[in-house]
Design a binder for this molecule. Structure first.
Ligand SMILES: Cc1cc2nc3c(=O)[nH]c(=O)nc-3n(C[C@H](O)[C@H](O)[C@H](O)COP(=O)(O)OP(=O)(O)OC[C@H]3O[C@@H](n4cnc5c(N)ncnc54)[C@H](O)[C@@H]3O)c2cc1C
Length: 429
């Protein structure tokens, strides 16, 4: 992972739309709302607030989209990582149903935002879940049945032959096609959100790490060179909040584990070879807990996501590990070179549902989207804006999801690694 303030070198960076440089904060300014972080969470909250007439200032430690938002798989998922039935066990059936509706709204909102603001991020619909084991078929059938019962149409269960016709891999024995999931260019989505924010009157300061958060009677975010005083604060630092400025907001990071995950962009495969690997322009992910996720690019590369690191360190032989993972699914790509391999920290909660909440009366946060932040951050931004405007029902619905803290202190990483080892073993069964 790049430690510099510039973006990590990725296929996304090489194909990014023009970026606007935003000056660092200098001196003291006043706003209605001060936002920490220019990832999707901070930017969508800022956009919704500005559209409601609030004066908003965003402080970003590095560049717009420097965190997970500018380097992720770009996959647009349906629902949550848990079934509505499971969520119902935690929050009750009625609230679980309302949360499903919010996830559906999140997907529509994402598409609407991209279209309304003319964001050129290659948004494409179509999503394939790949099953490799008998229990995956059971899981896919359960997903299909639940989604249909909740009113979704067009979700299609696929057998081995149908998967083989879509993906040039012998691994898949079952699949589920979701016409409403999809993919986009994540960095261009973030850059487009920032453009939309600026057009709506938001001020964005890059290279402005927040070094102090005051959540008391007079809320403010301070940097080395300045301070934003505001009536309300939004914290969108997510998995990076404790990494960039350790201990900035005590306790906030304890409900999320920053897990390293990686993506490789192959060299250009050419049209025919690319289509033999992946027939349709869909996003794919498999049904393992430690999953592979991939799609093709307009210039006929495979973007292949895999591997995880719970230690906070990138594997020393990352290229080889990524290659081994890709060849398990696509052995026919043994001669293919990677042009870029990059990683980032994904924001995992214990129950793999987003964590929204308040600190005191006027400081709001959203984090822990657990690999579904492309879709779910937008609705988080919208409900935060609603709550600041005095309509907190939908924000409070998210905030009622119970969250456990990861074991802390010096044992945090080893305990997490042990817990995750269990899931990896389960993937092998
Ligand atoms: C490799 C990878 C693949 C992924 N694939 C997918 C996928 O396919 N689909 C999906 O839905 N999700 C995926 N995710 C997760 C998704 O990217 C995140 O959930 C989402 O981007 C979170 O957005 P965010 O704005 O909350 O956080 P981020 O994008 O991480 O933004 C946080 C921002 O806050 C800034 N910040 C932190 N601390 C401070 C401070 N003290 N002062 C100022 N600024 C600060 C950071 O610099 C950063 O820019 C993936 C993540 C990774 C890393």
């Amino acid at each position: 992972m790049s430690a510099s303030a510039e973006h990590v070198d990725s296929w996304y960076l090489r194909t990014a739309n023009p970026m606007t440089d935003c000056p660092a904060l200098e001196g003291e300014v006043r706003a209605d709302v001060a936002v920490l972080g220019a990832g999707y969470t901070g930017l969508t909250a800022a956009l919704h607030l500005a559209e409601r007439g609030y004066k908003v200032v965003v402080l970003e430690a590095k560049r717009v989209g420097w965190g997970a938002s500018g380097r992720n798989g770009g996959q647009i998922c349906t629902g949550y990582n848990q079934s509505v039935e499971t969520i119902g066990g935690w929050v009750g059936r009625d609230d679980a149903r309302k949360l499903w509706d919010l996830a559906e709204e999140a997907r529509r909102l994402l598409i609407d935002t991209v279209n309304r603001h003319g964001i050129g991020c290659g948004l494409t619909l179509g999503y394939l879940y790949g099953g490799m084991k008998p229990r995956h078929l059971d899981d896919l059938k359960a997903m299909q049945a639940e989604w249909q019962a909740l009113g979704r149409e067009g979700v299609e269960l696929l057998d081995q032959g149908q998967m083989r016709a879509r993906i040039g891999s012998p691994r898949y024995t079952s699949g589920l096609y979701d016409p409403d999931g999809g993919h986009l260019h994540p960095l261009n989505y973030a850059l487009g959100l920032a453009d939309a924010c600026r057009a709506a009157g938001v001020t964005i300061h890059e290279n402005s790490p927040v070094t102090a958060v005051e959540t008391g009677a007079s809320p403010s975010l301070a940097t080395v060179g300045g301070r934003v005083r505001a009536d309300a604060l939004v914290l969108g630092g997510n998995a990076l909040i404790d990494r960039l400025v350790p201990g900035l907001v005590p306790g906030l990071a304890s409900t999320i584990a920053p897990v390293g995950t990686y993506i490789a962009a192959t060299e250009r495969l050419g049209r025919a070879r690319m289509r033999a690997v992946l027939t349709d322009d869909v996003a794919v992910c498999d049904m393992n807990f430690v999953l592979n996720y991939y799609r093709r690019t307009p210039d006929d590369r495979l973007l292949f996501g895999a591997r995880v690191s719970y230690s906070g360190r990138d594997p020393a032989d990352l290229q080889q590990q990524m290659r081994r993972s890709m060849l398990k699914t696509f052995p026919q790509l043994a001669d293919v070179r990677f042009d870029q391999v990059w990683g980032g920290l994904v924001d995992i909660t214990v129950n793999r549902l987003p964590h929204l909440g308040r600190i005191g009366q006027t400081c709001y946060f959203a984090q822990g989207f657990s690999g579904q932040g492309v879709t779910l951050t937008g609705i988080a931004g919208r409900v935060i804006a609603e709550a600041i405007a005095g309509q907190a029902e939908r924000f409070d619905l998210f905030a009622r999801i119970p969250h456990r803290v990861f074991p802390g202190g010096p044992l945090r990483t080893p305990t997490l690694m042990l817990a995750m080892l269990w899931y990896r073993l389960r993937d092998l069964l």
